[in-house]
Design a protein around this ligand. Structure first.
Ligand code: AMP
Ligand code: MG
Length: 334
């Protein structure tokens, strides 16, 4: 065997080795594995149908997503972000980025034209390779992103609770066969509402830096965590030293949603950008609108569609919910 061929074979062996326990591409699934995949896919179809119907019934406008923009989410400083590479390409002589999230588009769209909106938004985040083992990270995924003008955090949290309770209750009736096949029917409980809310500071005092993992293992119900320091667009009360934002954590699975009331005042946004070393030139439109007082108060959230199905299905890895798994560090042909 030529040296070159031996090297190629070795590297292939190493990469298939690393696959142990990871979701495989469609063409490598056995009959049984394919059946499981199809079952999870039926749950995904049900989830998408249920969620989009709920938002349309609540008179949300359904917007289509964008992929390329000059401005996108900085994902900084979010202690949970772990981006290995940011994708920038040049089109028509301009530098654009793939969507990390549609938060900026959402804030602008909500302020200017669509007071209640939602988007199924594809996000490309080149997560660090070690995140393959978290079971909840993919490098491409979809958020159901929504935003409501003048809403409070309480209103958004109540809406999410109502929709999620309805979703689980409906799934248990309509997707009974699938949930039984996945051995999830009995353990998936219709959650009581309102969900309990914890302040991140208290959790940190009780559990230390690893509060999320500890909390997730201890709880049997969905839980809100508020007051999490992160990106400039989440509302921060400088006097109280508190953030008006929230994450929803699912037992044993972790975060499936992040949201917040938003900043809209120019002085606060620029002060936070300066504090966090965010390059203002990447956010010109947002800043111009804020300066002209055309940004309006709003609140909203983004639900990780694959993570929600991951939890519903009791799957081992979020890649199991994707027809073409996008697992950090593993690049398949399709
Ligand atoms: P974020 O704004 O970063 O909190 O993302 C919003 C939601 O998208 C999260 O609450 C997750 O449900 C989901 N999400 C974020 N990153 C990933 C990822 N790498 N893979 C799958 N889902 C993700
Ligand atoms: Mg988050």
């Amino acid at each position: 065997m030529s040296r070159k061929r031996a090297v190629v074979q070795k590297s292939l062996a190493v990469s298939w080795d690393r696959l142990a326990g990871m979701p495989k591409p469609l063409e490598r699934l056995s009959k049984g594995e394919l059946e499981r995949k199809q079952c999870i896919s039926r749950l995904m179809t049900y989830e998408l149908k249920y969620l989009t119907c709920q938002f349309v019934n609540e008179e949300f406008e359904w917007l289509l997503p964008v992929i390329f923009s000059k401005s996108t989410d900085p994902l900084w400083p979010d202690p949970r972000a772990s981006i290995e590479k940011r994708i920038e390409v040049e089109i028509y002589g301009k530098s654009v980025r793939t969507t990390l999230s549609m938060i900026l588009h959402k804030i602008v769209a909500c302020s200017l034209a669509y007071p209640k909106l939602f988007i199924l938004s594809p996000n490309v985040r080149i997560e660090r390779t070690e995140r393959a083992y978290s079971g909840i990270h993919a490098y491409e995924f979809t958020q159901l992103d929504f935003e409501v003008k003048s809403a409070t955090s309480k209103e958004i949290k109540s809406l999410v609770e109502k929709i999620l309770r309805g979703l689980v209750s409906s799934l248990k009736k309509q997707m009974r066969k699938e949930l039984i096949y996945l051995k999830r029917h009995d353990s998936l409980k219709v959650p009581e509402i309102p969900f309990r809310t914890y302040d991140r500071e208290e959790l940190q005092e009780r559990y230390g830096r690893n509060w999320e993992t500890q909390l997730m293992l201890e709880t049997c119900d969905p839980i809100w965590v508020t007051n999490i320091p992160r990106e400039f667009y989440d509302f921060e009360d400088f006097d109280q030293n508190k953030w008006d934002n929230y994450d929803l954590l699912m037992p044993k699975y972790g975060e499936v949603l992040s949201g917040a009331r938003r900043e809209y005042e120019y002085d606060k946004i620029t002060r936070k950008m300066e504090r966090d070393n965010i390059r203002k030139e990447n956010y010109q439109t947002l800043l111009k609108l804020a300066k002209e007082r055309r940004l309006k108060p709003s609140a909203g959230a983004g639900i990780g569609i694959e993570r929600l199905v991951n939890w519903i299905a009791g799957a081992k890895h979020v890649g199991e919910t994707q027809p073409f798994p996008k697992i950090p560090g593993l690049v398949y042909d399709l």
